[in-house]
Write a protein that binds this ligand. Structure first.
Ligand SMILES: C[S@@+](CC[C@H](N)C(=O)[O-])C[C@H]1O[C@@H](n2cnc3c(N)ncnc32)[C@H](O)[C@@H]1O
Length: 385
């Protein structure tokens, strides 16, 4: 038995996950990864703020469609809000047994309902029975096989949350798999961490559009070995059309400039490699992040509270720099323009002094997010040698 957040959980014996290279959660008879506490701590906050801000009609019906031990469902019910009713599901009967035991252990029989079926089948069934306002998809690898059903299940004004751990695919190292899973043409670029997130969001947006729905990311980020995204869902063919027109398009990797930009044209005189379709709109909503930061004050017990605060602060800064821009990798730019890599803090100060907005990015330690054009960033780099 372990305690995570305010929940008590029965998990499989960690000895079952002893692999030659150390602890391997995938070897457990039922999956439980203590390293994903950070992901779940942020989730508890995000669900709390979503319900407070966007779900006036209570109770909020939620589906934790790939629940493993039931940890998310239990934590949402215990820590996010007492207004939530969660369906906790897993296809593996051993997981279902643990889900039932964890519901009982936390005395949540009236608020968390166990299921033991395929995630897509459950989402399809439940959406016919009651309006779902939150679907959480936390699979092994790609969430693509569950995206359509999750978005279809979530009602107008609802929230869809997805984890993706297939980073090699999303970031362009496995191009065939990217085409297969996400219907994109992709290339490996210096900013591949952000490209991967935009590929994922773009895919979910197109899945939503196919059901006459639109999505708007309120929080999306990269951490450790995964992406996590939270998107508000709204219904309407016209909204879906607007979303596709405004926020789904191409990016282009410009090899000579060592820079990927949104759109089809390179900042330098070269014909780049088109990547897409990707999400070209904002990755997060500054107001939503700010509400999460405020709420964090009331969650002093969270194991990853300081890490969560740091991430949210940086995401907040990034969100205020530009609505639609891809970060700059200073080391990549320096490799073609300057003999050394200048100090990132100095480059940021300089750009701000010139009237541009600029911040670091959570995607990369050598990354810089700014609304300054390519030539301005290069000139600042040169000036700082
Ligand atoms: C990454 S684990 C879930 C971890 C859990 N959400 C957590 O936070 O600890 C993915 C789970 O999905 C389950 N699963 C795989 N395919 C499924 C499907 N088609 N329908 C429902 N569950 C499925 C697996 O049994 C596994 O427990």
């Amino acid at each position: 038995m372990v305690r995570e957040g305010r929940a008590l959980l029965l998990i499989p014996d960690p000895e079952t996950a002893r692999a030659p290279h150390g602890f391997e959660p995938a070897w457990m008879p039922v999956f439980y990864n203590p390293r994903m506490v950070f992901n779940r701590d942020v989730s508890v906050l995000a669900v709390r703020i979503y319900v407070e801000r966007y779900a006036p009609h209570k109770p909020v019906h939620a589906v934790d469609a790939l629940s493993g031990t039931g940890v998310r469902a239990v934590r949402y019910a215990v820590e996010s809000t007492s207004e939530i009713l969660v369906h906790a599901n897993d296809i593996d009967p051993r997981a279902c047994q643990l889900i039932r035991e964890n519901i009982a252990l936390n005395r949540l029989a009236d608020r968390v309902t166990p299921h033991c079926t395929d995630a897509n089948a459950l989402l399809e069934t439940i959406r016919r029975e009651e309006p779902i306002l939150l679907a959480d998809i936390d699979p092994f690898g790609s969430p693509a096989p569950f995206a359509h059903a999750a978005i279809r299940a979530v009602g107008h004004g609802g929230l869809a949350a997805f984890t993706a751990t297939d980073l090699a695919v999303l970031e362009g190292s496995k191009r065939r798999a990217a085409t297969r899973k996400y219907w994109v043409s992709i290339a490996k670029t210096p900013e591949s961490k952000e490209i991967g997130l935009r590929v994922l969001l773009g895919y979910i947006a197109r899945a939503a559009a196919s059901s006459d729905k639109a999505v708007r990311p309120v929080l999306s980020y990269y951490a450790d070995h995964y992406y996590r995204v939270y998107m508000l869902v709204s219904r309407g063919a016209r909204k879906a059309d607007n979303m596709l027109e405004r926020h789904v398009g191409n990016a282009v990797y410009c090899q000579q400039a060592r820079k990927t930009v949104l759109g089809d044209e390179c900042p330098s005189d070269e014909k780049g490699t088109i990547i897409g379709p990707v999400w070209t709109g904002p990755l997060s909503d500054g107001e939503f992040i700010s509400a999460l930061l405020n709420a964090l004050e009331g969650y002093e017990y969270l194991e990853t509270r300081e890490r969560t605060r740091k991430l949210l602060q940086l995401l907040y800064e990034e969100a205020s720099v530009c609505d639609s821009c891809i970060f700059y990798r200073l080391d990549a730019l320096a490799s073609v323009h300057t003999p050394r890599i200048p100090k990132i803090s100095a480059v940021i100060d300089n750009l701000r002094g010139m009237g541009y907005r600029a911040s670091r990015t959570h995607f990369h330690p050598m990354g810089l997010r700014t609304n300054a054009p390519y030539e301005a960033v290069v000139s600042v780099l040169r000036a700082h040698l």
